[in-house]
Design a protein around this ligand. Sequence first.
Ligand SMILES: *[C@@H]1O[C@H](CO)[C@@H](O)[C@H](O)[C@H]1NC(C)=O
Length: 508
Amino acid sequence: MAERNNPALGMLSRRSLFSLFTATSVVFLLSWFFVLQSAGGGGGGGRPRFIDHGLQPTAKLLATLDAGSREGRGENEVNPSVGNRSILMDSEEEAGEAPRAKADVKCSLPDSNNKVALKVYMYDLPPEFHFGLLDWKAGGNRIWPDIRAKVPDYPGGLNLQHSIEYWLTLDLLSLEFADSLGGRGAVRVHNSSEADVIFVPFFSSLSYNRYSKVNPHQKKSKNKLLQEKLVSYLTAQPEWKRSGGRDHVVVAHHPNSMLDARMKLWPAMFILADFGRYPPNIANVDKDVIAPYKHVIRNYADDTSGFDSRPTLLYFQGAIYRKDGGYVRQELFYLLKDEKDVHFSFGSVQKDGIRKATQGMRSSKFCLNIAGDTPSSNRLFDAIASHCVPVIISDEIELPYEDVLDYSQFCIFVRTSDAIKENFLINFIRSIGKNEWTRMWQRLKEIENFYEYQYPSKDGDAVQMIWQAIARKVPSIRLKLHKSRRFAHSLGHTESGLTSFQSPKNFW
Ligand SMILES: *[C@@H]1O[C@H](CO)[C@@H](O)[C@H](O)[C@H]1NC(C)=O
């Protein structure tokens, strides 16, 4: 009634309705525009986005990374994805899709033209710290082997799990003579002032594995002595003094490596397997980089298996630990031992064990990763190489490249407190159907290259992924460094004015 009696009011509300409609449409169009842009043309969002179109996995992965975490890295951006992304945009444009693609191409072109890799300065440490530990004999004053003639072998077997230092060092050495640096995450610089990071080529895991024993005529193990020498060497360098060590990269992948030195070298960025044996002020996910283990099970090439052709539902092979992790393993063993399609056995993977484990993982749909005496283990990377969907029961685990990689696309995570409830785990695993499993299996095949250590290193393998992970930490290193210099002058200090022996609490 009121409306009919008051046409002005009706007009008003119609007009405001109209402007509301216009505003809504504009917002809708704008958001549509942004959605299209940030999806990089990938469509639908969610899991299948990475699976549906036929680009290389690296490009697919890095397209997400592109839009987010990499922005603002500026001139030091290591960004192989941009080129791929603009290819994606180009092809869409050809399909005549939309003019907004053009704008995106324009934005991404400058980046792809000045792709700048992480600049790494490597100390010329004496050979006893690196290839000397591999029984390579340096002739004369040589520091590095001529890897064009022969690459010194790394001892095989389980030592290889932690050989990360070896692959990174080889990659840096090879940059001296590589024909093309395309797809390389790092460049080597010989002037440390120009470097983003300073790499310390100490083969710490090998030193731990081979030289931890104290011989009768010695007071200390060679591993201990080398760590002491390393600390004196590093803290005497102008590069260390300049930054207090913050821009140094120290590899300590074996959980027991660098046991002594890490308490002195903690301002540096560590490359680690996990943080299990570190106090949080010495190592943490903000400062340090988690690198994958080198898997001991060979890649499953030409894997044509499927949900139905993998008879074992759930596979676990591992050691029983008496410490923390052992309890959960025991509990799970009792919960699962009567399930017919579950393989659960104790015993570490030894020589013949590798053959059996290969067989086991390749014929299983899901592979269990239960925290042991450390949160991480090689088993996860063996499962990935076998395309056996990992089921991770390890509340404290940190995963490689998780800032750019969504593990929920190819791993199942179960909280320990849930896993040890009766029937919880087995019911959960049985509830995952063929389609979901197949999507994860497909994704495993796409991402497995991120976990390959090899020489020569190739685009998108573990070595390149680690360089990129280091590169993503550079802005925060710079921030800390610059902040630390704020009061350097007023205190009469030069450079960073720090020694490495300050306590972590006062340092950051
Ligand atoms: C190293 O680089 C810095 C900064 O670019 C420069 O000032 C210095 O002269 C360079 N040193 C040598 C030996 O080239």
